[in-house]
Design a protein around this ligand. Sequence first.
Ligand code: T46
Length: 143
Amino acid sequence: MNVAKPGLSPQIISFQPRGDHRGSLIAIEGSKNIPFDIKRVYYIYGNVSDVRRGFHAHKDLRQVAVAVSGSCKFLLDDGENKSVVELASPDKGLVIQGLVWREMFDFSPDCVLLVLADEYYDESDYICDYSEFLRAAKLKNEK
Ligand code: T46
């Protein structure tokens, strides 16, 4: 996992693989090995090469992202600092919470990005305009 600095300090959770001679298994349990109850699960796969996704922040959503297959990168931006995090292992989860702009890129052809969220899908929770995001982040950082 490569973390570009300076920037945010991305929170990474390490999951315990339960391996044996048959292979590996990782269990993710809400409020046990991730810090919230899980209301929604989605996964992103079959990405076209060189595609970049995301380009938004959430007003109030906690998520954990895991590259269960392959790899991809996240750009995280809190309005003041940016970090690039590579997810390349099924036993690492990236916590994405607070007012953070995110972009995902450099998907490997086999990437399956699993995302666990603490809320149901709500279009009104998205901030898709970067200027609006910067204004909201500035207000938040001034508090
Ligand atoms: C995020 C990053 C990491 C749904 O109908 N339900 C859902 O739960 C989600 C997440 C999406 N959708 C629909 C909305 C769009 O029509 O699926 C389509 C693709 O979603 P979107 O363009 O938002 O995908 P990404 O990859 O840009 O962003 C997603 C999440 O939306 C977002 O919350 O943090 O992954």
